[in-house]
Write a new protein. Structure first.
Length: 388
């Protein structure tokens, strides 16, 4: 009997512990519910709107507007998607599918589809671009010392297909082959154009068909908005009549980039590129300075020659939530050969931009850039992804 009585406090204590544990567990669940509710309540109307817009960006195209002091306003639509080609491949970085269609008040038409397909655990990369362009192209002349006062307009149509296939051959190193096919037709220069006076190669248009080799190094943490790592790609393409080309020439392109993450989510990005052409190069295949990615502010192709060198450094800074800003400075020039390059001939590019994150999963931005150069040079660009 004493034994039974001695067990009563123990049993009673166990009951109290169980009751306390149950009550504590209920309180924990209640706290969790309160926290979850608070988190949901703390999701501002802006965040909710942003989530809806991200889903919308994946479905519908985005209006784009660009401007340059030579070409004026261009309006269009752009579509950008990052996708994974295989659900079972959790190692490969996302692939890109991008489409752009633009038209201007002067009858300029530009339609293109570009891809970067990554598959089999990053072992294979296929970069391709197909484009149709009908537009008056603006050109100051051939050489680095031409001026805006001598600007001319050359009307032409172009169809182009470019593809580069890369295979992983060592850690971060890729090797592969490339193909470039384009046809230039309906070329109509100004009546007193230097192209006619000097009988410049390419005046009659024609096919440019070439094949070549590519080597690349890629250690970026993100292909479309890198915070750290490096990217270097070199291409050598041979255009020959044996392939069906109207012209015999060569083109070498080198693009080197380095990314630093000094603190928090800030990025310092550096890029240097060069293009070298040789042989019977038509004027529309010469190395061309400017565009929406390099030497922003300059109309692409206004300055052109057999050689191009340029470089830029860009500072990217988050501001709040999905917004960020960037500023850059760059320099570049064209020349007839590397030996004729001189430091006093470089043109200056500088500017800034706004970034709006449109894909949180892949940290991809919609960018708004305004680029400038001395003497009234300027350009405004809206596009997806970083400039480089």
């Amino acid at each position: 009997m004493k034994k039974q009585r001695s067990l009563i406090p123990i049993v009673f204590a166990l009951i109290l512990i169980l009751l306390a544990s149950s009550t504590f567990a209920q309180k924990i669940d209640t706290v969790k519910q309160v926290v979850d509710t608070a988190k949901k309540d703390s999701l501002s109307g802006f965040d909710s709107f942003n989530q809806k817009m991200e889903r919308l960006f994946k479905i519908i195209p985005v209006p784009i507007i660009t401007y340059s002091s030579e070409a004026g306003n261009v309006f269009g639509l752009a579509k950008f998607n990052l996708i994974h080609l295989s659900k079972t491949d959790t190692i490969s970085k996302p692939s890109k599918l991008s489409e752009v269609f633009t038209i201007s008040t002067k009858g300029r038409i530009n339609a293109s589809v570009s891809t970067e397909l990554v598959f089999d655990e990053n072992k294979y990369v296929i970069i391709s671009y197909i484009n149709y362009k009908k537009q008056p192209e603006y050109i100051f002349g051939i050489g680095n010392d031409v001026t805006r006062d001598s600007v001319e307009q050359v009307q032409y149509d172009r169809i182009q297909f470019v593809a580069t296939g890369l295979r992983l051959i060592a850690r971060n190193f890729y090797g592969g082959i490339g193909l470039d096919i384009s046809n230039y037709f309906s070329i109509k220069p100004d009546s007193n154009s230097f192209l006619k006076r000097q009988n410049v190669t390419g005046l009659n248009g024609g096919w440019c068909v070439g094949g070549g080799l590519s080597l690349a190094f890629d250690s970026r943490d993100n292909r479309y908005n890198a915070f750290k790592g490096a990217y270097i790609i070199g291409k050598m393409v041979f255009y020959n009549q044996a392939f069906g080309s109207s012209y015999d020439f060569t083109k070498f392109e080198l693009d080197a980039r380095k990314y630093f993450n000094p603190w928090l989510r800030h990025v310092i990005a550096i890029q240097a590129t060069t293009t070298a052409t040789g042989g019977d190069v038509p004027f529309f295949q010469l190395a061309q300075m400017g565009g929406d990615s390099q030497m922003r502010g300059y109309y692409q192709g206004a300055y052109r020659d057999k050689i191009l060198v340029d470089g830029q450094i860009e500072y990217r800074m988050p501001v709040w939530n999905i917004f960020g800003v960037t500023t850059w400075i760059g320099a570049g020039r064209v020349a007839s050969s590397y030996s004729s390059l001189s430091l006093d001939g470089f043109h200056l590019s500088y500017g800034g931009g706004l970034r709006i994150r449109v894909d949180s999963k892949n940290n991809t931005n919609l960018r708004f850039d305004m680029g400038f150069g001395p003497g009234g040079i300027s350009g405004f660009y809206i596009n997806f992804g970083e400039a480089f």
